[in-house]
Ligand binder design. Structure first.
Ligand SMILES: *Cc1c(COP(=O)(O)O)cnc(C)c1O
Length: 379
């Protein structure tokens, strides 16, 4: 008997999404402009508590746009967390700039402040001051916000906060998506809320938001004919898809709660299994949406059961799990670029696994996951 697939992080509709899509049809705003976009942006601004939001076609487009707003140009160097999804780094290459990769630290798995400062000092000594720092909030756990900001300020380098995975997370009561000089969000199918595909840029000022929208809609100057003084992009979100986003904003609190319950479920499950630790925030300053629940497996303690073995056994039961993000400095496309750090990200990658974490997982799904894991560790 083939059991239903349990996905790692499937889309989870709230119920009113189609009503807002219908509104777009009823008003014929089947376009990258319309009320759904305006309201979705306002909802996000309200939720974040500070910042100005422009809805774009993807998180990747938002990072690209963010780097443009920060003035990154061909030949510049941009610092980027190595352990992340490739979409954090690819826009550096779109702009003809050079990525400089930084290791993770063990508490949040994000940018290591020590390696970051070492890199900045070394790049400056080599004659180039980095133009921006891309700081990621992996799996919904905030990076060391204060340490990273202190270093960025000391060398006067702006931060692009890639919070694609962290809508709903916060640090000292302030929401992720508000810590960068510009910040970015993603609403791809697997993220905490989705518009099927989509993203947003969060800016500090209304002027910058308007600049982002201007560039994202082909940089059309004010004139009756098509007049262009800058390179434009076609990066605006569709008003149809923003309708999905509106519906999703009504259930975001529930999504965060459910993801956190999945994390709690794994903490309980593994607490008596030596050698497996569930990744959790370092202290109460950090509040994680736990977009994905992840574990580290020490196979010297688990009698040789590795992360890969767990992945395969789950897969045999039609349960999806995934290795952690493979660090960029180990990727064929990026391994020739500068890298600073020791081997923290690499060791996390070698030992880690992402487990099913969707906000729509049922009690029965959890029972299936638990049975497989308990059988594996206590046969
Ligand atoms: C998903 C993701 C992105 C890209 O977002 P898209 O909307 O898929 O383009 C960027 N960075 C990180 C860390 C992500 O997880």
């Amino acid at each position: 008997m083939i059991k239903n697939k349990i996905w790692l992080s499937p889309p989870h509709m709230g119920g009113s999404e189609q009503k807002y899509i219908q509104e777009a049809f009823d008003t014929n705003w089947i376009a990258p402009v319309g009320a759904n976009i305006d309201i979705f942006e306002a909802n996000l601004e309200n939720y974040l508590g500070s910042g100005q939001v422009a809805a774009l076609s993807s998180g990747t487009a938002a990072i690209h746009m963010g780097l443009i707003l920060l003035g990154v140009q061909a030949g510049d160097e941009v610092i980027c967390q190595s352990m992340t999804f490739s979409a954090s780094a690819n826009p550096i290459l779109y702009l003809g700039a050079t990525p400089v990769f930084i290791d993770s630290e063990i508490d949040t798995w994000n940018l290591c402040p020590i390696a970051l400062e070492e890199a900045i000092i070394d790049r400056i000594a080599k004659g180039v001051s980095p133009k921006a720092i891309i700081a990621v909030t992996l799996y919904g756990v905030p990076y060391k916000v204060e340490e990273i900001r202190t270093i960025a300020s000391k060398y006067n380098i702006p931060i692009l906060e890639d919070s694609a995975e962290a809508l709903g997370s916060s640090y000292k009561g302030k929401r992720c998506g508000t810590f960068g000089d510009v910040s970015t969000l993603s609403f791809n199918g697997s993220k905490i809320i989705t518009t099927s595909g989509g993203g947003a840029i969060v800016t500090k000022t209304k002027e910058l938001k308007e600049k982002a929208i201007f560039l994202a809609t082909q940089a059309k100057e004010k004139a009756p004919h098509y007049q262009h003084c800058e390179v434009g992009y076609n990066y605006r979100m569709s008003n149809v898809l923003a309708g999905i986003g509106r519906g999703q904003m009504e259930v975001i609190d529930q999504h965060v709660k459910s993801r956190r319950e999945m994390h709690e479920f794994y903490v309980d499950l593994f607490q008596n299994i030596p050698g497996v630790s569930v990744f959790s925030v370092p202290n109460t300053d950090y509040f994680a949406n736990y977009w994905l629940s992840t574990i580290l497996v020490d196979d010297t303690i688990t009698n040789g059961i590795t992360n890969e073995k767990i992945r395969i056994i789950l897969g045999e039961e039609n349960i999806e799990s995934r290795p952690l993000w493979k660090p960029m400095h180990l990727q064929p496309i990026y391994c020739s670029y500068p890298y600073y750090g020791s081997a923290i990200a690499e060791s996390l990658f070698n030992k880690g696994l992402c487990l099913p974490s969707g906000s729509s997982l049922s009690e029965e799904d959890r029972f299936r996951i638990k049975s497989v894991l308990v059988n594996l560790f206590n046969p």
